[in-house]
Design a protein around this ligand. Structure first.
Ligand SMILES: *Cc1c(COP(=O)(O)O)cnc(C)c1O
Length: 370
């Protein structure tokens, strides 16, 4: 017989209250569950073209004996390369097991009991989740016209606010702050808080008014920029992302980071991406632009409201529950993201993919709406 353990006593109240995120099951399980022979995953904003050819080659050439050796603990070569590319210092970059992990580094570095972070109510939820399961208050400012509300975020600051998280462009609405808006925001924050700009989708933005946030770090030492290799660069399965900031900010954040959390293969593939000629990025942008156009024309024809901004995804409002739509699309082998969890009930988010997947989605949508 097992001995009784008082988990209530052991776990902090904010951990007990927190509801764990449930990831989707693997494809083979889902196919059995929904009785479909094929599955198009349009739920995670992955790049259907896969990594650039040079990264593919690096992955193919991986020497198995390397698996037994620890990776570079601080992604040495990647940081050298980024420093060279951006005219910064290697110590201004910090890598993690996906951008998801660096979110936790920053919150751990700056927040203690009684502090708060500020973000939007309808954005990437990991900022508020990490805050909440760490016992830190997450203040959620409602979106304005589907975008981050700079004025209201400034008004929500109090003397315990440590970090402001801005998702730029925003997942899931596709809106973004231009350079002037970000600069105005940083001027008003005036160094009193850390401002995190999460640029997970920046490689999809082609408009020149998008901020050059890396260059702004020299002027704003409280600015921290997140980037990932998961979305445009198609290395989601290898888990690698990073943050950039002033030397002073990164010196603090580095104390809370997990060493060796980025594996050897991820580092090698990301290094190939940094040295790539950019052709693959252009191909991906072209694909996404084309598929958005096809899809949004279709949606307009169907009279369905949608949001199509920056990034490789489109949001659609359905005249039915998003979870019902999810189940019925799954039966046809199409997986989308339900948006109730993002506080957009009856909305879904769809990743732009190859034509077979997009056709399957549109056919599926038509069948569940009629
Ligand atoms: C996907 C995503 C991330 C996290 O990416 P990782 O795979 O953890 O690098 C971070 N922020 C936003 C807005 C995202 O959509």
């Amino acid at each position: 017989m097992s001995r009784p353990v008082s988990f209530q006593h052991l776990a902090p109240e904010y951990v007990q209250r927190f509801e764990a995120y449930v990831p989707s099951k693997p494809d083979d399980e889902l196919k059995k569950l929904f009785g479909c022979s094929h599955l198009f995953r349009l739920n995670n904003n992955e790049n259907p073209l896969g990594p650039c050819p040079s990264a593919v080659q690096v992955i193919r050439d991986f020497v198995p004996s390397q698996a037994s050796v620890y990776p570079s603990g601080d992604c040495w070569h990647l940081r050298q390369k980024l420093a060279e590319q951006h005219g910064m210092e290697p110590d201004q970059f910090l890598f993690g097991n996906g951008a998801n992990e660096v979110i936790a580094f920053v919150i751990k570095a700056f927040c203690q009991k009684g502090d708060n972070i500020i973000t939007a109510d309808k954005t990437f939820a990991v900022y508020e989740w990490v805050a909440e399961f760490s016992g830190i208050e997450a203040r959620r400012v409602p979106l304005k016209d589907y975008g981050f509300d700079d004025d209201e975020m400034i008004r929500s600051i109090n003397d315990r606010t440590k970090i402001l998280f801005v998702c730029n462009p925003n997942n899931p609405t596709g809106t973004y702050w231009d350079a002037g808006t970000l600069r105005g925001f940083l001027n008003r924050v005036n160094g009193r808080q850390i401002v995190v700009v999460d640029e997970a989708y920046c490689e999809y933005v082609e408009n020149p008014d998008f901020p050059d946030s890396m260059a702004m770090i020299a002027e704003y030492p409280n600015l921290v920029v997140f980037r990932t290799f998961s979305k445009m660069h198609a290395l989601a399965g290898l888990r690698i992302g990073y943050l950039a900031g002033s030397r002073e900010a990164v010196d603090i954040i580095r104390r809370t980071c997990v060493v060796y959390s980025v594996n050897t293969l991820a580092q090698a593939a990301a290094f190939a991406v940094l040295n790539d000629n950019g052709e693959h990025v252009q191909h991906t942008r072209n694909l996404v632009r084309r598929q958005k156009q096809v899809l949004t024309e279709y949606l307009a024809g169907q009279g369905l409201p949608f949001l199509s901004g920056e990034g490789n995804f489109v949001m659609i409002r359905l005249p039915m529950s998003d979870s019902l739509a999810y189940r019925r699309l799954m039966m046809q082998g199409v997986m989308i993201r339900t948006m109730t969890g993002f506080r957009f009930p009856n909305w879904i988010r769809v990743t732009m993919a190859l034509s077979d997947a997009m056709d399957a989605f549109m056919t599926g949508l038509e069948s569940i709406l009629t």
